[in-house]
Design a binder for this molecule. Structure first.
Ligand SMILES: O=C(O)CCC(=O)C(=O)O
Length: 296
């Protein structure tokens, strides 16, 4: 199938395309500061991918090969923030989500070790949220290509229009037996046409939290390095994926907001999970309790 239409800004036509198809591809390398920020982020990412830390590596496959490095907005190096908080991208987030106060729930480097079995099965990002709230949270996925990626490199494949199906049932696919990593996959097969999004360095793909997507493996020598973040309106002082005050994508926090976040964060089990998940016996015990609870 042909490559999707590409826009050089979130114009009215680009926004209409997004509403209709559930995604839009922006080509922003014409903005010198954005192109420069992407180059800097690529250099840092390449280094990090070469020696991933245990704390950041995530979504490992059965051989322990990771697909993501998480927590990149908390990095000392500002490279990732320069890309994901670039004013043109912030305008695009606001243009799509139509709210002034937006947060990042998480952000990561997504990569594929060449010729390793690290595909992503068909899923919706909202599948990772409780079904009752998923579609109601109007989340937006941001996928920034830091290098060229086509089908052979394991680029993202989208199912245009699938965002209108709402959040569907997913099943857990357990992968790394040591770390207990798993990914979600749609419970039922999808019968819709798809598009492979071929991107250049500096392209940005924005898509709806209910968009069905998947990706294959890198069959050549590319690490297919991209940045992925999720942006959503700030509602009810929701914490980020690590149980902490989320980073702002747009807007600001008042002193009262900061106090509420501090208290919520101190009481958040996710925050403590980030600490104990690196202690194998404790992590195994927590996973056992969760699995037992899920079964009942
Ligand atoms: O990086 C990719 O190819 C896809 C990643 C993905 O689907 C996800 O993080 O949910």
């Amino acid at each position: 199938m042909a490559s999707p239409e590409v826009f050089d800004a979130l114009s009215t036509r680009a926004k209409d395309f997004y509403e209709e198809n559930g995604y839009v591809q922006l080509r922003l390398a014409h903005l010198p500061d954005f192109a420069g920020a992407c180059e800097a982020a690529y250099a840092v990412s390449y280094r990090m991918v070469g020696s991933p830390t245990k704390a950041q590596a995530a979504f490992a496959n059965k051989d322990g090969v990771a697909r993501h490095l998480v927590g990149i907005l908390q990095e000392k190096d500002p490279a990732f923030r320069m890309v994901l908080q670039h004013p043109t991208l912030v305008d695009a987030y606001r243009g799509i989500l139509e709210r002034p106060q937006l947060v990042f729930t998480h952000a990561k480097i997504s990569f594929k070790m060449p010729r390793q079995a690290v595909p992503w099965f068909p899923h919706q990002d909202n599948g990772y949220k409780p079904l009752a709230t998923a579609s109601a949270r109007r989340a937006l996925a941001v996928f920034v290509f830091l290098e060229h990626a086509g089908e052979r490199d394991g680029t993202v494949e989208l199912f245009p229009g699938s965002h209108r199906l709402g959040t569907l049932e997913h099943t857990k696919v357990r992968e790394d037996p040591v770390r207990g990593d798993y990914q979600l996959a749609l419970r039922d097969p999808i019968d819709m046409p798809s598009v492979f999004v071929e991107g250049r360095a500096g392209d940005v793909l924005l898509f709806d939290g209910d968009m069905i997507h998947r990706s294959g493996i890198s069959r050549g020598s590319s690490h297919r390095i991209a940045l992925i973040a999720e942006v959503e309106p700030s509602i009810a002082h929701r914490l980020d994926a690590f149980g902490r005050k989320p980073q702002l994508a747009s807007g600001s926090w008042s002193a009262a907001d900061r106090c509420v976040f501090a208290v919520k964060s101190l009481c958040s089990p996710r925050r403590y999970w980030q600490i104990v998940r690196h202690v194998p016996p404790v992590a195994a015990a927590v996973r056992w309790v969760k699995a037992t609870r899920d079964k009942t």
